[in-house]
Ligand binder design. Structure first.
Ligand SMILES: Cc1cc2nc3c(=O)[nH]c(=O)nc-3n(C[C@H](O)[C@H](O)[C@H](O)COP(=O)(O)O)c2cc1C
Length: 223
């Protein structure tokens, strides 16, 4: 099975039903950071293709560690498996621009938009395919076109904390940094604040307690 994911984290002690009126008011009035959405493309360990029956397992492990840290910090995590979801590309219909609304494309991202509007953080993760962020995660990224209105103003609350986790075969972690920064830049253009960018390469250990995994966990804790 392959999967791509997005998730939401909500701080403990402030957990109220998502659509309660008072929460909507709070979201509107303050730059709340109660939720953390994550979006990632991973493949899980029991995938029976790839090297030795594993494919992208390292990426999955690192991104999961960020989310585990966020959970341990008291956040609620909601994960969207983008690669397993029905996610269409942006249709360029401009309905979002003309009507100042979230994307109307009727697919599995529909619940995501409401969650994103009350999110405190977004964790995106993807493997590098052909020197780029993998296709499904670019399709997902393109859909955030709806977060800019017809005058190119951002129509989501500012300050959503942004984390990028990327995985690649090449051992040099800086080899594709321009690509990853380009990808994250699209979210930063929606007033999200980049907290950190983690690059996993095959040269790095993802064993529990390794420096990379500890960094990922502490990053999640800090959200
Ligand atoms: C179709 C495909 C294209 C890939 N292209 C690249 C590439 O251009 N550069 C690179 O460093 N790694 C590339 N990889 C390796 C993946 O990035 C790597 O397998 C993935 O990040 C998961 O890491 P892992 O195999 O260590 O778990 C590619 C893998 C696939 C399946």
């Amino acid at each position: 099975m392959s999967c791509a994911q997005a998730g939401i984290v909500q701080q403990s002690g402030q957990h109220v039903p998502l659509f309660q009126e008072r929460e909507i008011e709070a979201v509107a009035q303050t730059p709340v950071r109660q939720r953390c959405l994550g979006a990632r493309q991973d493949r899980v360990a029991h995938l029976d293709v790839g090297r030795g029956g594993r494919c992208d397992v390292h990426l999955h492990a690192v991104a999961r560690e960020v989310l585990r840290g966020a959970q341990d910090a008291g956040h609620e995590v909601v994960v969207y498996e983008i690669n397993d979801m029905y996610v269409r590309g942006c249709q360029g219909c401009r309905t979002c621009k003309e009507n100042n609304v979230d994307c109307i494309v009727a697919d599995d991202l529909q619940p995501y938009w409401a969650e994103l509007h009350s999110a405190g953080a977004l964790v995106v993760s993807a493997p590098n395919y052909a020197s780029q962020v993998c296709g499904p995660m670019i399709t997902y990224m393109n859909r955030h076109y709806c977060l800019l209105d017809k005058d190119w103003n951002v129509r989501i609350h500012p300050g959503i904390k942004l984390v990028g986790v990327f995985s690649q075969g090449r051992p040099d972690p800086e080899a594709y940094l321009p690509v990853y920064n380009w990808y994250l830049g699209d979210f930063q253009n929606r007033d999200m604040e980049l907290v950190d960018l983690i690059v996993h390469t095959r040269a790095l250990s993802y064993a529990p307690g390794s420096p990379l995994m500890e960094r990922a966990y502490q990053l999640g804790r800090s959200l």
